[in-house]
Design a protein around this ligand. Sequence first.
Ligand code: GDP
Ligand code: MG
Length: 170
Amino acid sequence: GQNTLNAKLVLLGDMGAGKSSLVLRFVKGQFHEFQESTIGAAFFSQTLAVNDATVKFEIWDTAGQERYHSLAPMYYRGAAAAIIVYDITSTDSFARAKKWVQELQKQGNPNMVMALAGNKADLADKRVVPVEEARAYAEENGLFFIETSAKTAANVNEIFYEIAKRLPRA
Ligand code: GDP
Ligand code: MG
């Protein structure tokens, strides 16, 4: 219809960071304590109304494991947006997120809207990645940054909404 924008969006990040859980929360409003790990990639779609348009997200939820790395370009190539997810309780996952950002900066669509999600914000007592460190990194690299919780739903709709607002309009 009028002012409908299709936007391919890819989720990247370490295995276990919560990519599938963020998608499940956004698309179905659910959370599973024992979320099955993703094999290859999974596809979802969800529409979101922003001020002037309806954005139809075509979401690719990738697996994250190193052995699937060679497949990643299939999912981020041509993507209008990416959410790079790390787990605030894992320094390894934050390091891995930075690697994904580098890869997208080199190989991705130059107009891609990129968001960094510090997920599992509900596990504040286990936090090892300081919010200020992540925010500074995101600012340096031109990423939208927010901490999320797929478990409590905190900031999950918000991150998709902020991406939708930032997408270039045709
Ligand atoms: P993926 O490999 O990045 O897709 O990660 P999953 O979505 O499969 O999540 C890995 C594990 O972390 C699962 O046991 C989830 O239930 C859990 N998890 C995901 N998001 C959150 C969150 O925001 N808070 C908490 N406490 N656990 C989460
Ligand atoms: Mg997954």
